[in-house]
Design a protein around this ligand. Structure first.
Ligand code: BES
Ligand code: MN
Ligand code: ZN
Length: 520
């Protein structure tokens, strides 16, 4: 998506839609809401005079309060009956002290979404000004919001009726007041576009139907991303998986005609190019989860096409790391398989030997994510001796019940690492909530006939799943993120709509950058 940063007068821009942030008047002392109408930013007020004061008159009605996410579309008449008018979109951003970077992201997201909905090709967003809001951060958040807000998953919509081309994301201009620091604003906007487009790529992968994106399809996409951005990519499959001892991954994939694959993406940036323990990002890549022989109920099963959202986040994060040339060594490892019931499927009661050597009694074939991750985590630890390792997985319905789409469950064997991740998430408005991993959770996963069983009871489902994974990471500093609730949404927000969210990409990028800073 094309995003440019400009400075200058509002009257000088030619756009199909001009979005103006409008603050709600500060509340009265004592906290009561002000009865005053919202005021326009000075430059917008000047511009409004050239439009004949339509914005001020609309505000004078008192209908528009400037509340966060409130939107009002106005039309200023053109100079003559034949010349088209100007579309002005007022976007509420709350009281001046209320506006943070997430508000800025939402402002741009709402504007870009509105432009796309109305098939408008050129959007200009006036950058908001508020105390404590740095212009460069604002440019990044605006760019991010616009790219995410314009996202649609319309690959399978045929628009045969009028053969009109499908609407595209609007070319967007971010309009700043002063030319001060323009190169910095442009650089930050460009970097933010890379990150947000990587998040949209993760959404595309998760939204893709199971028949379109089986494990081999996920490999193909990873290879394509690697080729385009300079990552290295290695795919392990077939006999090589067998020789490598990936029996757990192979067991889960055995019910499907689409064989499992292990995808390894690698980024080497900066001075870490030569040596150094990497950061490992491990993703659950179940391209469709039917539950296997422990078949899921049919209602809502179609959503299980996004059971590779952890993998999608890993691909998005590595893509961004490559584009930003983050000076670190980062390895992405994806365990890709399809969980299907069939005559060749693994069964409840089976005992499988994991790559790590530990035996797993399968008590429920629907607890397949942890089984494939067992081999992927073991491979990461033994092959790369990582400095730190994070896995992302749509692992349990329990995480969705616990936090809904509002927070990711975070746990691990290293409180400092979990805290780092929580902070990185907070900085980019991806919420992570710490969950415990207790000795009792580990005990719950013991089997009577094997080393572990793959499914505990319903109690403490988020943590027992995490405790299972812990058995495969040894002493490596490790954190597990259960994105079962956050990877998918049915709620619309200014920059999310029904479907995959691409959660994890922004946090991982922020985390890698923080790590680099820390080591510098
Ligand atoms: N992929 C599911 C978890 C899931 C549920 C993700 C809803 C996103 C939305 C996972 O493989 C699964 O089926 N987990 C089981 C585990 C149980 C059998 C121990 C679950 O949570 O029910
Ligand atoms: Mn499952
Ligand atoms: Zn699953």
């Amino acid at each position: 998506m094309k995003i440019s940063v400009k400075t200058g007068e509002m009257g000088a821009v030619s756009a199909d839609l001009l979005a103006i942030p409008v603050f709600r008047p500060a509340p009265k002392p004592g906290g009561k809401a002000s009865k005053e109408n919202p005021r326009l930013p000075t430059e917008a007020a000047q511009f409004d005079r050239t439009l004949g004061g339509i914005i001020q008159r609309a505000l004078a009605t008192g209908d528009f309060r400037g509340r966060p996410e409130e939107r009002l579309l106005l039309y200023a008449p053109g100079a003559s009956a034949k010349s088209a008018g100007v579309r002005v979109l007022l976007v509420g951003v709350g009281a001046p002290g209320e506006l943070g970077l997430e508000g800025v992201r939402r402002l741009a997201g709402g504007a870009a979404s509105e432009a796309r909905e109305r098939k408008l090709g050129r959007l200009t967003i006036l950058a908001p000004r508020a105390r404590g809001l740095r212009a460069e951060d604002c440019a990044a958040a605006l760019a991010e919001g616009a790219v995410l807000g314009a996202y649609r998953y319309d690959r399978f919509k045929s628009n045969s009726r009028r053969r009109a081309p499908k609407p595209k994301a609007p070319a967007t201009t971010l309009l700043f007041r002063s030319a001060e620091g323009l190169p910095g604003l442009r650089r930050r906007a460009k970097e933010a576009v890379w990150g947000a487009e990587s998040q949209n790529l993760a959404r595309d992968l998760s939204n893709a139907p199971g028949n379109e994106l089986p494990p081999a399809g996920l490999s193909r996409e990873a290879r394509r991303v690697a080729r385009e951005t300079g990552l290295t990519c290695r795919i392990i499959r077939g006999a090589e998986l067998e020789r490598g001892g990936f029996s757990a991954l192979r067991a889960v994939g055995s019910g499907s005609a689409n064989p499992p694959q292990l995808i390894v993406l690698e980024h080497r940036g900066g001075p870490a190019k030569r040596k150094g323990a990497p950061l490992c990002l491990v993703g659950k890549g179940i391209t469709f989860d039917s539950g296997g022989i422990s078949l899921k109920p049919s209602g809502g099963m179609e959503e299980m096409k996004h059971d590779m959202s952890g993998a999608a986040a890993v691909i998005g994060a590595l893509r961004t790391a490559a584009l930003l040339k983050i000076p670190a060594h980062v390895v992405g490892i994806i365990a890709a398989a399809e969980n299907m019931p069939s005559g060749t499927a693994y069964r409840p009661g089976d005992v499988i030997q994991s790559r790590a050597g530990k035996t797993i009694e399968v008590t429920n074939t629907d607890a397949e994510g942890r089984v494939v991750l067992a081999d992927a985590l073991d491979y990461a630890v033994k092959q790369f001796s990582p400095e730190a390792m994070i896995d992302l997985a749509t692992l349990t319905g329990a995480a969705m019940i616990a936090f809904g789409p509002w927070a990711t469950a975070a746990m691990g064997n290293d409180d400092k690492l979990v805290e780092e991740i929580r902070r990185a998430g907070e900085a980019v408005s991806e919420r992570m909530c710490p969950m415990p991993l207790l000795p009792e959770h580990r005990r719950e996963m013991r089997s009577t006939i094997a080393d572990l069983k793959n499914s505990g009871g319903r109690e403490g489902g988020v943590s027992t799943a995490g405790a299972f994974l812990q058995a495969f990471v040894g002493d490596t500093p490790w954190a597990h993120l259960d994105i079962a609730g956050t990877g998918w949404t049915n709620r619309r927000t200014p920059y999310h709509r029904h479907g995959a969210t691409g959660v994890g990409v922004r946090m991982l990028v922020a985390w890698m950058q923080a790590r680099v800073q820390q080591n510098a």
